[in-house]
Design a protein around this ligand. Sequence first.
Ligand SMILES: O=C(O)C[C@H](O)C(=O)O
Ligand code: SF4
Length: 507
Amino acid sequence: MQHIQESIYQLIVETSTNLPKDVRKAIRQAKASETAGTRSAIALETITNNIMMAEGDVSPICQDTGMPTFKVKTPVGVNQLVIKEAIYAAIEQATKDGKLRSNSVDSLFGKNSGNNLGPGTPVVKFEQHEGDYIDIRLILKGGGCENKNIQYSLPCELEGLGKAGRDLDGIRKCILHSVYQAQGQGCSAGFIGVGIGGDRTSGYELAKDQLFRLSDDENSIPELKAMEDYIMENANKLGVGTMGFGGETTLLGCKIGVMNRLPASFFVSVAYNCWAFRRLGMKINPETGDISEWLYKEGEEISFTNETDETTEAPREVKLVAPITEEQIRDLKVGDVVSISGMMYTGRDAIHHHLKDHDCPVDLNGQIIYHCGPVVLKDEEGKYHIKAAGPTTSIREEPYQGDIMKKFGIRAVIGKGGMGAKTLKALEEHGGVYLNAIGGAAQYYSQCIKEVKDVNYLEFGIPEAMWHLQVEDFKAVVTMDSHGNSLHKDVDKSSLEKLATMAEKVF
Ligand SMILES: O=C(O)C[C@H](O)C(=O)O
Ligand code: SF4
């Protein structure tokens, strides 16, 4: 098996940089269903551009390269320890080469291991099979969509839908609710894997296993096929849309599996995966370790074309260069597009937590904070280069954001998925704005970053450090303004109303 490490390295690189065909097909269909010129259509344009850029540059589609999860099937007699070692070595190499972000963090002390190895990372599951080849599949599932996974214990009470009982209709309600509760925060439109039954652990495992199915396969259980079709049709009526901007496509795929349960338990577990659904696999020759076949790659090439016939009026575009004045911020309204040039500073979980009771090494008065944990490489001269840099989910900073904006005079924050009532109030009082960038579009934004000027707090690890970025024409949409308006609040409300129309029994 002398080539096994190289084969696994290729699997990791390809998974991080090149979306499988069934996923591309679903995204292409979503794009075709949106009216050109709408916010969702523009977001999908950025997403499809990003997919093509990542493939062309062999760079990560999204900066969050997730929890690497390997499923390995071996013929009887193959040494699984050798495969495990090869996986670890390939993971380390792919991290060094900027194909994976260092994502393994000590849960007690916050230290990033730097090489994506550590207790529980990566996830590797082995099974034996009757085949004469090694089957290795990999999913790179990011943290933002992982946070939107949800597990229901039936019977339960669901907002909008009422009581969900221990029957098919109760399951239907849970699945619809799971899509509603994700809103745009898991970078919708998403794919869901659903596990019915099991215990809390095996239920989630079953849900994740569904993500290894092709998104256009057919369920062999008629009841579940009917449920998958129903969910695809009806979840897309919720109007959450791409990135929670509203629109026609909220769900790109739904796969449901079932297993037995205990008499006292009835779990419905849902694994939510963002549009950047990175899943590939390969068959490997157990003698040499060479790749004999790629999985999830059958069929014609799926590429994307750019629409030009805009039928809706293009949104207003405002140019911003920091430091920004309160007057400039008060002029911005939900729906405006801003194009930023000049400086912005990254800050996410660790920085927000730190700044709440510390000073900042840079003057943030009038400045822009970008919720982003980039992939960064250092060259031989010691200069940093951004390899991928899309936004992270902003709601995690909800407890701190308003106070920090006021304390340091920050005028704008960029992130994705929107923020809550506390931040909205602070934006109004202080004169601040929330800007939504397109989640997962890490290559698209990385190309707007012209230089890394400096970095602070590198001891928090690469994703959590404060990177000083010089950008040019970095585009984002105003989704929360200083006049009390929030697109996220509006979409949540209207999608909950839609959900409530689906309360009646169907199955
Ligand atoms: O950690 C990140 O960069 C992003 C994360 O996957 C998210 O969706 O919030
Ligand atoms: S930022 Fe969005 S696209 Fe990237 S991993 Fe997180 S949820 Fe997925």
